[in-house]
Write a protein that binds this ligand. Sequence first.
Ligand SMILES: Cc1ncc(COP(=O)(O)O)c(C=O)c1O
Length: 408
Amino acid sequence: MGGLNAKIFDVGRVRAAYPALADGHAYLDGAAGAQLPASVIDAIAGAYRAGLGNSGGAFPASRRSDEITAECRRAVADLTGGQPEGIILGPNMTTLTYRLARTLAGRWGPGDEIVVTRLDHDANVRPWVQAAERAGATVRWADVQLPEGDLALPQLAELICDRTRLVAVSAASNLIGTRPDVAGITALAHRAGALAYVDGVHATPHVPVKAGALGADFYVTSAYKWSGPHVGAVVADPALLERLDPDKLAPAPGSGPGRFERGTLPFADLAGVTAAVDHLASLAGPAPGASRRERVLASMTAAEAHEQELFRVLLGGLDAMEHVTTYGKAARRTATAYFNVTGRTPLQVAEHLACRKINVWHGDNYAWELAGVLGLRESGGGVRAGLVHYNDRSDVDRLLEAVGELGA
Ligand SMILES: Cc1ncc(COP(=O)(O)O)c(C=O)c1O
C-alpha cells in the first residue's frame, strides 16, 4: 500500500485540525454528528467566495458547481470503494432511503417479502416496512441475540428465501456499535436473488469501508458523521441504477445518479464533503505517492485502532462500576458505549455530564427496535458515549470520573 504506515496516528495533530475542540468540552457525541476540521469549513466558505451557479450553465460559476459535484462523487467513491458514476447525493440517509424504498417497492407485490432487522436505526427499517405495506409485500424481522447484541446468521438463513426481494441491514449499530456479519448476510440475499441495502451511516466514520467486499448493492452514508457537512450519499453499481425507474421531473437527467437527485444540490456543501474525505485520508500522516483511496484505507485502519484502544479503557472503566449497566457484547463493535446508571434517568446522567463539559447523547437514538429489545423504550433509553478519531484519553478519563461520581 504505497509504503503507508497505518501506525502513524497522532491524535494531538488530528485534534488541532478541529477549531470546535478548543472549547474545552469532551465531544463524546460524535455518533450523532462529528465536528468539522478547518479544511472542511474553509472549503465550504471558499466555494461560496469563488462564486457558484446552478448546474449545466455555460459560464464559469456554473462550471465550478458541476466540477464540485463531479469531484464529490469521486471523493465518496474513494471513501467507500464505489464508482463515481454510482454515487447518488442527497440531503441525508433517511431521505435517500425513503426515495430508494419508493423506487424499489414499485416492483413488489403480494407474495414478495423483505427482511429488516431489529438491530438497525429506524431509518433503515421504517421506509422499507411502510413501502412493503403499501405494496402488499410481507415484512420478515431478524432478531437481536442478547446479551451479545448481534444478529444470528442461522436465523437470517431461515428468513431469506426465493420470495425475498430486499434485505436491509446495518454495517454497524448506532446504539451499541455491533458490526454484524454483513458479507454473510448479503451472500444469503444474493443467493436468493434479493438486493442488499446496507446502512453504513454509523460504520463509515469508524472503519475502512469496502462496499464491494460487504456485498452491498446499496451502501448509504452521511457525511456529517465523518466530519463533513449535512449531505447523504448512496453508493451503488451504476448498471443497477440504470435498471431502476425513480420518480423524476421530465427535464431532469435521463441517466446516471442524477436521476435520483431531486432538485438543486447544495454545491458548497459538496465541496465540504470532498474536503472531509481528504481530511480522513490524511489522518494517518502524509503518504507521498499513494492514491486517495489507499490513504483513506490506511488512515481509517489507523483511526479504528486508535478508537478501539480508547474503547477498551472506556468499557473496562464503565464495566468496573457497580452502579453502571452497559449494553452489547458483540465481538466486532465500533467504539460506541451505551449504558445506564442505577437510580438516574439517561437525561439526568447526560445533564450531570454536560455540567462537567462532557457531551453525550441520551435516549433511543432512533434505534427504536433495538431499544425495545433491550427493554429501554419506555424508560428513556440509555446514555451513549461514542468515540471518533479526534477523541483522546483525557475525554475518556473525564467521562469515567464523572460517571464514577454518580456512584458515590
Ligand atoms: C446508523 C444510522 N442510520 C441512519 C441514520 C440517519 O441518518 P440521517 O440523519 O443522515 O438521515 C443515522 C443517524 O443517526 C444512523 O446513526
